[in-house]
Design a protein around this ligand. Structure first.
Ligand code: AMP
Ligand code: MG
Length: 270
């Protein structure tokens, strides 16, 4: 059974329809102001939990972020993890694979970046690119990408069996919202570095990407590695919803400070 329930959870075995799923937070929270206040409280709690997770050195948490371009992956990492102890969080951004990475299986670079005990690992893009961009761009034939859903489920089970809690977020934005964010990047020289012509090409394939996302999320939301679809047109709701799920996951993991290895009773410091 899923440890953390949420209106955004894809229940294993259910059929999620990406085009019928809302992208705006107003549909899920009555008040932006309240959500922003709740987000601040949740963020404080996240910081406390992470401190305990790191001290305990028994469990690990993997957070996977996937989205279309301008979907808000970078912003989510900046907003949600501000204030956590950097020593206990490792963010990995997966780019176009290098020659060396391509000469191995697609999970090789992913497995190396999986969080160690006590850590929160954040994936900015992930092994899912290998059934998303790779599928849409025909980088490999279907006979190669199709079996990857099953391989991914097995791989994530391996991580889960090794004490990793896995939480996967798809930041769901509308095509209109993407247009606005691209325009903002074009209008602001400080954001040009975030824009590439490749982004426009991918935008033209929006429908193919939606099909690929829908399949990936339906095939790979398992009890040991659930997918959540976060309405992400409104950043205030996105930050609130993601932090809430992370905090509830950590409450369930319930890490605690370990005892000292020494008997500290009666210690007097001269
Ligand atoms: P960005 O996240 O904007 O820095 O861009 C990274 C780019 O790398 C995106 O266009 C991804 O689609 C691409 N990418 C990431 N992983 C893979 C992969 N396994 N195969 C092909 N392209 C990838
Ligand atoms: Mg980009």
């Amino acid at each position: 059974m899923p440890a953390v329930n949420s209106p955004h959870l894809i229940k294993p075995g259910s059929r999620f329809d990406i085009r019928a799923t809302k992208t705006h937070g107003d549909n899920y929270h009555p008040s932006r102001k309240e959500a922003e206040e709740q987000f601040e409280e949740l963020r404080e709690e996240l910081i406390q939990w992470q401190y305990k997770l790191y001290a305990e050195q028994k469990q690990k948490l993997l957070v996977v972020l996937q989205a279309m371009d301008a979907g808000g992956k970078d912003g989510t990492i900046r907003k949600v993890f501000t204030g956590v102890n950097p020593q206990g969080v490792e963010v990995t951004s997966f780019k176009v694979p290098s020659k060396e990475e391509l000469s191995h299986d697609f999970l090789w670079r992913i497995h190396k970046a999986a969080p160690a005990t006590g850590m929160i690992g954040v994936f900015n893009r992930s092994h899912y690119e290998d059934v998303l961009v790779v599928r849409v761009e025909n980088i490999v034939p279907e006979s190669v990408w199709r079996p990857r859903y099953e391989t991914i489920n097995h791989f994530e089970k391996l991580l889960a069996d090794a004490g990793t809690r896995i939480v996967k977020f798809y930041l769901h934005i509308s095509r209109d919202e993407q247009k606005e964010r691209f325009q903002e990047r074009l209008d602001n020289p400080g954001k040009h570095w975030k824009f590439s012509m490749d982004d426009l090409r991918k935008r033209e394939q929006w429908d193919d990407y939606m099909d690929a996302y829908e399949d990936a999320l339906n095939n790979c939301s398992t009890n040991h590695a659930l997918w959540y679809v976060i309405p992400a047109d409104s950043k205030w709701y996105r930050n609130y919803a993601i932090t809430k799920i992370l905090v509830e996951t950590l409450r369930d993991m319930n890490p605690d400070y370990p005892e000292s290895e020494d008997d500290l009773s009666g210690v007097v410091i001269e």
